[in-house]
Design a protein around this ligand. Structure first.
Ligand code: N01
Length: 533
């Protein structure tokens, strides 16, 4: 229990990519910065999600900070898609290099923040009793950092071992000789299931929704390839900063309609071999136009049809209720192949729902199975959960949780009416999860720090988004999302995975570069959508 009461210019909550970047650059800008982080080290997502098989689905050479040429050149990635331990080592290295930990207090879970109109400051409290105040509060609390468990009768009665992919223990449990159940088939499950299958005696996957997954085609980066990367890093970064998703990859230049039917497969094949989520970029408009999406689904189905041997398992693994790419395409290494193994089973919960969890195992309508281990890979209260679970009180004591009860509203994704001097990074209304979070974190951190500098230089003490500009931003985002197929999927992008959560497409779908251009234009005009006093 600590009762420190300190005063700062800026409090940054979260030590993932965005929080670290903001702390490094906030300190460089001469601000007195306090960082608060629930985990015991830097890393954010890459601190917590240490389940076996965890990797990023953005290539390592792109999924890294770009702000320092020296850093970029001295860190040598070993694989095309970096593992969680490697990304965590990278962030720890960055922390050492820029002395980030000096500004952070670790093991401090922020559970409250109050705006004081009289002092024009935020007072922030942690669960363990730390209290600190600052003129500015930056929430870099992550888009996928509030794990959820399913509400299944008897869930807590299970007598065996229980794990959650997103809060995996430091010491990896040994599943040798164990009967293991996995609930969920999102990216976390898709990455970990093949690894669990290597050691478990018996592995049963409980699937509610079949998911699209494309092989990563991961490989080691040898010295020759690394030299090529270094030679062309600038070009690669430029493409990423100017692209729609923060990576150098774009869609095929020729529109789908203009490619003869018998040549389309070759383009799909090329995108397939690029790996993982990049398949969604095969053709422009793949996630907006039903005919392109149908062709992509057909290609996908032929691919997995060539892998999964049992016809019923293949039918169950084939997604039927959403367009490809409208839930994030999983990036796997041997996922579908795993279901050909004799000790691996799939339970299709649409046909055979779970009735209860008992001390011995899981009972579905068709019968009970005993387990030694249950792994939950059941996702997150995405994009808003890490903010709404904190008592953030703005003007007149209003809670952010209440302000967002009917849907998250933001201006430019970074500010919320009624919450002066609160800046949210990678929040609802930003490209964040649809883009490369390493670069979006730099962009978001810069934007927040520029706004702070502008306010300070002009002698303002509070900056608040105007309600009408936030409504216009929300409407703009909703209009763009409405032109796509994304709304048809029951996904965490829309809040559909959380009972009672307001529905609405949460990330900004207009693309990374168009987003930057829009928000930079607001800055260049002196922040007209904000009230500065
Ligand atoms: O979570 P998810 P995740 N009974 O929400 C199921 C990023 N990420 O941790 O689809 C049975 O995708 C649920 O079923 P349904 C990436 O952006 C990236 O896997 O709701 N099942 C679903 O199958 C990703 O999208 C990487 O019907 C239940 C699963 O649990 C995001 O994080 C790796 C259930 C949850 O899937 C989240 O991924 C990992 C219930 N009651 C994560 N409740 C990479 O970079 C939920 N489910 C590769």
């Amino acid at each position: 229990m600590s009762d420190t009461h300190t005063h700062h210019d800026l409090i940054v909550v979260g030590a993932g990519f965005a929080g670290m970047y903001t702390v490094i650059h906030g300190v460089r800008a001469g601000l007195d910065v306090l960082g608060l982080e629930a985990g015991n080290d830097v890393g954010g997502t890459w601190y917590w999600n240490r389940y076996p098989g965890a990797r990023c689905d953005v290539e390592s050479i792109d999924y890294s900070f770009s702000f320092d040429e020296d850093l970029q050149r001295e860190w040598r990635w070993t694989e095309r898609y970096a593992t969680q331990p490697e990304i965590h080592r990278y962030l720890a290295y960055v922390a050492d290099r820029y002395d980030v930990r000096r500004s952070f207090r670790f093991g401090e879970f922020v559970d409250g923040a109050d705006w004081d109109e009289d002092t024009q400051r935020w007072t922030v409290r942690t669960r363990d009793g730390l209290v600190a105040s600052a003129r500015w509060l930056v929430m870099a609390t992550g888009s996928l950092s509030t794990p959820i468990l399913p509400d299944i009768p008897g869930r807590d009665s299970f007598a065996g071992d229980v794990y959650q992919t997103s809060v995996w223990p430091d010491e990896h449990p040994d599943f040798a000789g164990q009967r293991v159940a996995v609930i969920g088939t999102g990216s976390s499950a898709v990455q970990s299931i093949p690894i669990f299958a290597e050691s478990a005696d018996e592995l049963v996957v409980y699937q509610r929704t079949a998911n699209y997954s494309v092989p990563a085609f991961n490989r080691l980066l040898d010295d020759a390839e690394w030299d090529q990367v270094l030679e062309r890093y600038d070009e690669r970064r430029e493409l990423s900063w100017n692209g729609l998703a923060g990576s150098p990859w774009g869609s095929h230049p020729i529109p789908f309609e203009d490619v003869p039917e018998d040549e389309r497969d070759a383009i799909f094949e090329e995108a397939w071999e690029r790996g993982g989520v990049l398949f969604a970029k095969a053709f422009q408009g793949l996630t907006a136009k039903p005919e392109i999406n149908a062709a992509a689904r057909d290609f996908f189905e032929r691919k997995i049809g060539g892998i999964v041997q049992d016809p019923q398992t293949l039918a169950d693994l084939t997604p039927h209720n959403h367009a490809i790419g409208t839930k994030r395409i999983c990036t796997d290494s041997g996922y579908f192949e795993t279901f050909n193994l004799p000790h691996v089973d799939l339970v299709n919960l649409r046909r055979d729902p779970i009735v209860e969890i008992s001390p011995e195992g899981i009972r579905t309508e068709s019968g009970a199975r005993g387990f030694d281990v249950i792994v939950y890979a059941t996702g997150f209260d995405a994009m808003t959960g890490s903010l709404t679970r904190i008592d953030i009180r703005g003007r007149d004591g209003a809670l952010l949780r209440d302000a967002w009860a009917d849907g998250a509203t933001t201006y430019l994704g970074v500010a919320v009416p009624g919450f002066p001097n609160l800046l949210v990074l990678n929040g609802p209304g930003t490209p964040s999860v649809l883009s490369n979070m390493a670069l979006t974190s730099e962009q978001q951190g810069d934007y927040a720090l520029r706004l702070i500098a502008y306010s300070d230089e002009n002698g303002y003490t509070s900056v608040e988004a105007r309600a009408d500009s936030a409504h216009a931003w929300d409407a703009h985002g909703a209009e763009l999302a409405g032109k796509t197929l994304f709304g048809d999927a029951e996904s965490w992008y829309t809040g559909a995975n959380i009972a009672g959560k307001a529905r609405g497409f949460l990330p900004y779908i207009g693309g990374f570069r168009p987003y930057i251009d829009r928000v930079d234009a607001v800055a260049a005009e002196g922040y007209p959508g904000f009230v500065l006093t």
